[in-house]
Design a protein around this ligand. Structure first.
Ligand SMILES: [Zn+2]
Length: 83
C-alpha cells in the first residue's frame, strides 16, 4: 500500500490519501487533470507513492507549512489508520 498527497490550491488543502482511495486512484485522481496544475497536484514520490504513512505525512506537513495551513488525512480513506 502506497500513500499519495494531493495539494489543492483553490481549497487551500493538503491531504494524504491511500493509493486505493476512490479519490486517489493511485495518484490519478477522479478525473483527468484538464486544468493542468492550476487546480492542484498530486505528489507521487517516484511515481509509486510514498511507502509509509509516516513519510507521506512528513512531506505533507512541509507542503502545508509553505501554504500556512496544516495537512489533513483524507476522511474517505482514513489514511492514518493501519489496515
Ligand atoms: Zn482518500
Amino acid at each position: 500500500m502506497a500513500y499519495f498527497i494531493y495539494q489543492n490550491f483553490p481549497n487551500q488543502s493538503v491531504k494524504i490519501h491511500r493509493g486505493d482511495c476512490c479519490f486517489c486512484n493511485n495518484g490519478i485522481g477522479l478525473q483527468r487533470n484538464i486544468l493542468g496544475d492550476a487546480n492542484g497536484r498530486w505528489f507521487l514520490s517516484l511515481g509509486n507513492g510514498y511507502l509509509t504513512y509516516q513519510v507521506a505525512s512528513e512531506v505533507a506537513q512541509q507542503l502545508a507549512l509553505q501554504m500556512g495551513i496544516e495537512s489533513q488525512d483524507c476522511l474517505v480513506c482514513n489514511s492514518s489508520i493501519q489496515r
